[in-house]
Design a protein around this ligand. Structure first.
Ligand code: BDR
Ligand code: CA
Length: 313
C-alpha cells in the first residue's frame, strides 16, 4: 500500500465533524497527526471534549487532541446549539472521555508539526471556523510553502448561506480568518454548501449506519438523526446536508467531487453580507485563482464510502 497521507484535522465537533473524524480514523490511507479543536458550533471547552469522546468511540484514545482558539480573530463568537444541541454532540449517550487533552496549544502544535514534518507532506483538513489556521499563518508565514494542501468545508455561493442569507456558518463565524487563509497562497480545496447540500442524510442512509450494529455505527445513526432535524424542518427534505465528512471523503476519493479552479474572496466589510464567499465561477474578474471550488458530489458514492469506513471501526 502507498504511504499514508499525513493530516491535521482542525474541527469544532459537531455531529458532522464527528463523522468526519470517525471516517478519518478508520482510513489507513490517512495518518492523523493530531486533532486541533476550535470554538465554533459550541464553545472550545465542549469542542475539545467532543473531539476526545469521538477518538474514544473510534477506539483510538492515543490520538492527540489539542485545544486552540476560544474566539474568532476579530468578531465575537457565534455558536450553533440550535443545530447541534447543548453539548454539540447531542444524539447518542457518549461517556465522558478518559484520554487527556494535550497541554500544547493547537496553534503551537500546527506550527511545530509543519516545521518538523517534511515540507509539502502535511494536509490541513478544516471542518470549522478557520481561526487556528489563520493564527498559525500570521504567527509564522514560513509554514505557507510547507503545507501540502488545505481542504476545507466552508462557504457557499449558488445555494446562498445557511446562517445568514449570504454566509455559511464556518466562514461567517470568523470571516477574517477565512480571508487570511484564502489569501495565503496555499493550494486550497473548498467544499461549500453548493456541494454539501447534495449530500443528504436520508432515512435509508442513516439506517445503513445503524445496521452496522457496532457502537460507532449506531452512534453515527443517532448523531445524524439529531443533527438532521433542524435542516429537515428548514429545507423540507428527507435528511440534512452532511457537510464535514466531505472533506475526508475528498482525500480518500477525489473523483467523487467536481469543481473548478477559481477566485473566491471573503466579504469582511459589510455587515449585511459578512462572511459571504464571492465565487468567480464564470471568471469575470481578474482576481487570482486561489481555490478549487467543488460544486458537485456523487452522493451515492459518498455515502457508500462513509458507511464502509465506519464499518471498519
Ligand atoms: C458547517 O457548520 C457547522 O455547523 C458544521 O459542523 C459544518 O462544519 C456547515 O455550515
Ligand atoms: Ca464543523
Amino acid at each position: 500500500m502507498p504511504e499514508s497521507r499525513k493530516i491535521v484535522i482542525d474541527t469544532d465537533p459537531g455531529q458532522d465533524d464527528a463523522v468526519a473524524i470517525l471516517v478519518a480514523l478508520a482510513s489507513p490511507e490517512l495518518e492523523v497527526l493530531g486533532i486541533t479543536a476550535v470554538a465554533g458550533n459550541v464553545p472550545l471547552t465542549l469542542t475539545e471534549k467532543n473531539a476526545r469522546k469521538i477518538c474514544e468511540l473510534a477506539g483510538r484514545p492515543e490520538v492527540k487532541v489539542f485545544a486552540g482558539a476560544t474566539h474568532p480573530m476579530v468578531r465575537s463568537l457565534v455558536t450553533a446549539e440550535n443545530v447541534h444541541g447543548k453539548t454539540g454532540l447531542n444524539g447518542p449517550e457518549l461517556p465522558e472521555p478518559e484520554m487527556a487533552l494535550q497541554a500544547q496549544h493547537a496553534v503551537d502544535f500546527i506550527l511545530e508539526t509543519l516545521m518538523r514534518e517534511e515540507s509539502g507532506s502535511v494536509t490541513l483538513c478544516a471542518l470549522g471556523p478557520l481561526t487556528n489556521i489563520a493564527l498559525a499563518l500570521e504567527r509564522e508565514p514560513k509554514i505557507v510553502p510547507r503545507i501540502r494542501e488545505i481542504v476545507l468545508m466552508g462557504g457557499g455561493f449558488f445555494e446562498g448561506g445557511n446562517v445568514t442569507p449570504a454566509a455559511e456558518f464556518n466562514i461567517h463565524v470568523d470571516p477574517h480568518a477565512a480571508d487570511v487563509v484564502l489569501r495565503a497562497g496555499i493550494p486550497t480545496v473548498m467544499i461549500p454548501l453548493d456541494c454539501t447540500h447534495k449530500a443528504l442524510t436520508t432515512s435509508k442512509r442513516v439506517e445503513a449506519f445503524r445496521k452496522l450494529g457496532t457502537r460507532p455505527g449506531v452512534a453515527t445513526a443517532e448523531m445524524l438523526e439529531f443533527f438532521e432535524r433542524f435542516d429537515e424542518n428548514k429545507y423540507g427534505t428527507d435528511g440534512g446536508p452532511l457537510h464535514d465528512p466531505c472533506v475526508i471523503a475528498y482525500l480518500l476519493k477525489p473523483e467523487l467531487f467536481s469543481g473548478r479552479h477559481i477566485n473566491v474572496t471573503v466579504e469582511i466589510a459589510s455587515e449585511l453580507t459578512m462572511g459571504m464567499t464571492v465565487a468567480d465561477w464564470w471568471g469575470v474578474c481578474d482576481r487570482p485563482k486561489n481555490v478549487t471550488y467543488m460544486r458537485d458530489v456523487d452522493h451515492e458514492g459518498l455515502f457508500g464510502l462513509l458507511v464502509e469506513r465506519i464499518g471498519r471501526l
